[in-house]
Structure formats: C-alpha cells, structure tokens
Ligand binder design. Structure first.
Ligand code: BGC
Length: 609
C-alpha cells in the first residue's frame, strides 16, 4: 500500500465520528461488513468456503442448512493435502478467487489449518494434516492463489481448536512448546508466506483466555512476532468481551449487527477505559481491507475449466494404500461395482463449508465411458447404517465369478460433520459387512474409500487393493475412474497416519476433554511424532502412498551454510517402471543427541516431482 493511500485512510478515520468507527467493528448482517453512506464507504461481503464458494444470496446460516449460489466444489482439505502439491493448491485458490470475483465476494473464509490432533475431530475433513509443516505449506499456497485475484482470505480457526465437542466454550490447556511447535506453526507459516488479509479467531479458550480477547495470541505472536498486517475477525458468534477483544487486537465481530457491543466500544472511549487510538487503528485496518476489496472488477469465470481442475486435483490426491495387482483395471475384464457410494458419491463434508456444486460426476458413468464392463449393485442403503440383508445378498451374487470387484465404502455424512466429533473410527456395519460378504465369494477386491477422516480397516488383508479417494469434490466420480483405469497414476500420500486402533491414537485418554477443559497432555507428540516415539505399529504411516510405477533415489547431497543455518538438499529420483507417474520426495530431520525430548523425525521439506 502506498503512503498516499495510508494517509488517505488516516484522514478518513479522522473525519469519522466515534459512533461511525465503532459501527465498523461489527458486521452489517450475516455475511456483510458495515459501510458508511455519508463517507461513501461501501459494505463488502465475506463468505464461507474454503473448498469452493458458499455465497448465500437468500436465507443465511452458518451450518450448511440453506442453499448457496452454484460454485465449483473442489476437493476439501483432507483430500487436497494428500496431493502434497503446492502448485495444485495455488491453482485451486486462484480458481476460487475467480469465482469470488464473479460473485462479488471480497473475502473467502478459509483455509482452516488446525492440526488433526485426534482422528475423531468431526471437522478433520476441513483441515490439512497432523503435521504443521505440511498444513502450513498447503494453507500458504491456497491463500497465495486466492489473493492473486485480489480477493482476501481468512486463515482459521486461530488457534488450538482441534475438536468440535463444546467448541464454543472449551478451554484448550496446552503447553507453550506444543503450541509453538505444533498448533501455531501452520498459522505462522501461512502468515509469513502468504499474508492473508484476515485471520479468524476460534471459539475456544487457550489456557483460560478466549482466543477473541487473547492479547498474547493476537498481538504479541500474530502481529509482533510474525508480522501479520491484516485484520482479525471473530468466528461466527465467538465474541466474549467486546472492549477487551479490541484491546487484544481483534477488529471485526461477525456476524452483525451488534449495536449493543458498538455502543460498549464508544462508551469505553468516552469514559476513558479504551484509548481512542486503539479504535482508530482498528478502523484503519478495516478501511484498508475495504479499500483493497473495492479495487476488484467483476469478471465471469469458466466453470468448465474449474471442473476440470477439480477433477485433476482429486485424481492426483488419491492415495493408493494397497495394490496386489488388481489396479489399474483391465479393459477386457468383467467387473462388479458394488456400493451405493458409487452411484451417489460422498464428495464433501457437512456444515458451514458445504458447497452447492455445478455438477456431480458419477463414477459409474465415467467407468462406462472408459470402456470398463461391469454390473452394479448398491449393497447398502445410503440413509441407514444397518445391514440390509437383501441388498447384501444381491451384491454377493453380483460379485461372484467376476474378474474383479470394486467396492465403494467409507463414511456417510451422519458419521462426521462440523458440530460433533466421532466416538469411534469404524465404518458403518453395512459397509464392512458388504466387504466381508463380497470377500467370501471373490478374493479379487478393490475397496475405494470415500471418507473425510481416518477409518479402521479390519478387512484389509482380505482385499487386493485399497484406494483412498477421501472426499473428492464435485468431480470425485470421474477422478476415481481416472485412477482406477490408470489414466492417472496415483501420486497422493497420506497427510495423516492411519492407526490400527482408536486406543493407539496419541490423545486417546484425553480427547475430547472432561467438562470444559481439554488437556493436551501428549504435548508435541501428535500424529507420527507420537507413533514413532512410542514405537507403535500403524496400519498406514504418514507420508505413505503407492504408485503404478516404481522410483529409485540416489544419495542425497546436503549443502549446508553453517553461518546462515540454512541448507539445501538435492537428490535425483528416477522412475524405474514403465508408467509415467508422480513421486513426493519427503525430507525429514532428526537430532541424534538432544538435551530436550523431541520427535524422532520431523518433516522439514517436500517436493512433488
Ligand atoms: C465456523 C466457521 C465459519 C463460520 C461462518 C462457524 O460456525 O466455525 O468456520 O466460517 O461459522 O459460517
């Protein structure tokens, strides 16, 4: 921002009354910020996302209940993080930014970069990873993509918001080292690498202080240490003490209007409780963002191109967990496709991030278009998780004698959503019984998993291949077909560990807290940091994923600059198979002798090639 603009904004603030400045500090309605007609300050719109645009033109809500305008539904964070491809995240951000431009939305509320502390968190599908480095890189790439279109983002939910249970009132009791190394780290990376226009504070308290009024968090760490230049807003309804929050560094309360709190601000200035300079600074930050938003000119986006991009990202994010040779499918094979998810895929999670897609691809159509011959049977009901014996028997009969069976299973909406946590990691019994019933008649099975978080796979030894498609967005169906048929070679890698049991997970004993307190007793030992340290075997480790080809690595060269304490690692990776494919090169560090307890290894770099 030029000095001229800065001076103009300062002058504008000077010309405002106390009431006008206070008015700006809460929203105009559910999705709009206040404007001031007298001064020609327009009201701008902020809207949910983040894996697409959720602009509500009619009835507003923050639970994903009412319709929103049509938009491209890209793969949610659980899926896109498995791509380990920053360029893909940037492109997704760019496309979403273009949709914001067309729909005249100034700021999209995302990304969510909270750490997956437990696989039980109901909102894990909206978050990237159990690892702060990967989560931070993905968030930064997405923000940079969106903001390349002059559209703002809101990095959320800041901070230590790692569960849905009691989310409005819970108190995360976390030691500072775990906060710094694990929970704040992805936010720090995203702020430093991408400078989001806004940060959204979380509902919860951290060590007894609500995030919205946490001066240490919002001013000391976020602004002074990390150099954040934008504005801080509340999550929807996360305001506690308005004046305290303003002093702590929180400018915008959402949603609005909140005349009661606006008045509290003005009164606090009048009675000397609040320095007017603090309010002026908040008004400057708000006006700076409004001004930036006003520079955007409406332009139409290409929905077909965005759909194609959504398909590409979903395909490159799929993780091949097991393949004893059944994949890719063969054109001359005779297959059975089983599972109602094949007909009606689960492609995104429920809650405030729910997008109203332009179209939803069906894997059955895409397989047919690719010349794969198959019979289909639903095997279970979408609406119920109990076994339907007739559907089960029909599916087994359909599977018998085929060259191979592809079973679509996973988690329905009712199992994971914003607003509640899971209590176990099982798939519905109707899905597991289906895999068992099919395995009893045909050993050649591929299971395609559609789910937003970790599931247990007690059946995994009885199937030949497992493809984790996660939640693929609106092109989930065609993307799945691309990978199953080999048109795309899977190159996704797990962004979170798949444990062998719930009891094995790091915070099993303390998730999701008794009463309001949630004790983060495992400290820094989150995700693979815990499994490695405790030497616990897992089903599939962090960073894992197979390919239809093979790769070899030569020895690594490390060029280390002692003075700068910086290094560069170089390695040549060779595709030693017959199929083109992508590999994710992952760099972990460890310290052989350490005076403090630390993780056995930590991710510190990666590159998709
Ligand atoms: C969610 C946020 C969301 C907001 C607005 C809240 O309940 O936690 O992620 O952006 O609602 O819908």
């Amino acid at each position: 921002m030029t000095n001229g603009i800065k001076d103009h904004i300062k002058a504008l603030v000077k010309s405002m009354t106390l009431e006008e400045k206070a008015l700006l500090c809460s929203g105009k309605n559910f999705w709009q910020m206040e404007g001031i007609e007298r001064l020609e300050i327009p009201s701008i719109m902020v809207t949910d996302g983040p894996h697409g645009l959720r602009k509500q033109a009619g009835e507003a809500d923050h639970l994903g209940l009412n319709q929103s305008v049509k938009a491209t539904c890209f793969p949610p964070a659980v899926t896109s993080a498995s791509s380990w491809d920053e360029a893909a995240l940037y492109e997704m951000g760019q496309a979403i930014g273009e949709e914001c431009v067309q729909e005249e939305v100034a700021v999209i509320l995302g990304p969510g970069t909270n750490i997956k502390r437990s696989p039980l968190c109901g909102r894990n599908f909206e978050y990237f990873s159990e690892d702060p480095y990967l989560a931070g890189e993905m968030a930064a790439a997405w923000i940079n993509g969106v903001q390349s279109q002059e559209i703002g983002t809101s990095l959320k939910h800041f901070a230590a918001n790692n569960q849905e249970k009691a989310r409005l009132v819970s108190n995360s009791v976390v030691d500072e080292r775990a906060l710094r190394e694990i929970y704040l780290a992805p936010f720090e990376k995203a702020v430093k690498q991408a400078q989001p226009w806004t940060v959204m504070c979380s509902y919860n308290r951290i060590n007894n202080v609500y995030s919205c009024e946490n001066e240490w968090l919002l001013t000391e760490v976020l602004r002074k240490e990390w150099g954040f230049e934008g504005l801080v807003m509340t999550d929807w309804g996360a305001m506690n003490d308005r004046v305290k929050a303003l002093k702590a560094g929180l400018e915008l309360e959402m949603p609005g209007p909140d005349p009661h709190n606006d008045k509290k601000i003005a009164d606090a200035v009048r009675n000397g409780e609040l320095d007017e300079a603090v309010l002026d600074r908040a008004a400057e930050r708000l006006l700076t963002m409004i001004r930036k938003a006003c520079e955007v000119r409406k332009k139409e986006y290409d929905a077909a191109a965005h759909h194609k991009l959504a398909r590409r990202i979903a395909a490159e994010s799929a993780v091949l967990l097991k393949n004893d040779g059944m994949l890719p499918l063969k054109k001359d094979g005779s297959y059975a496709v089983i599972g109602a998810f094949a007909e009606a895929p689960r492609y995104q999670g429920a809650g405030s991030s729910k997008i109203n897609p332009h179209q939803v691809d069906c894997v059955l159509d895409s397989l047919r278009e690719n010349g794969i011959a198959f019979e289909y049977a639903p095997g279970y009901e979408l609406e119920h998780d109990t076994i339907n014996q007739a559907l089960l028997e029909e599916a087994a009969a359909c599977a018998k004698g085929r060259d191979g069976v592809i079973v679509f299973a996973g988690l329905p909406d009712s199992y994971e959503s914003e607003g509640f946590d899971r209590t176990h990691l099982n798939m519905p019994e109707s899905h597991t019984a289906l895999i068992e019933a099919v395995a009893a008649v045909n050993p050649h099975i591929t299971v395609v998993l559609l789910c937003g978080s970790v599931v247990l796979m007690p059946w995994r030894e009885r199937v030949e291949s497992i493809l984790l498609a996660c939640l693929g967005g609106e092109a989930a169906g065609s993307a799945c077909a691309d990978v199953l048929t080999g048109a795309v070679n899977p190159s996704g890698r797990l962004a979170e560990t798949f444990p062998l049991s719930l009891e094995d997970t790091p915070c099993y004993e303390h998730f999701a807290g008794e009463g309001k307190d949630v004790e983060y007793r495992e400290s820094i030992f989150v995700g693979y940091r815990y499994y490695d340290w405790a030497e616990k075997p897992v089903a599939y480790p962090f960073g894992y994923g197979l390919s239809y080809t093979t790769f070899s690595y030569d020895t690594m060269d490390l060029i280390w600059d002692e003075e700068a304490e910086k290094g560069e690692a170089r390695i040549t990776v060779t595709n030693t198979g017959k199929t083109a494919g992508g590999e994710v090169v992952q760099l972990y560090i460890s310290k052989k002798q350490s005076a403090v307890m630390r993780a056995v290894i930590e991710l510190k770099g990666f590159k998709k090639v």
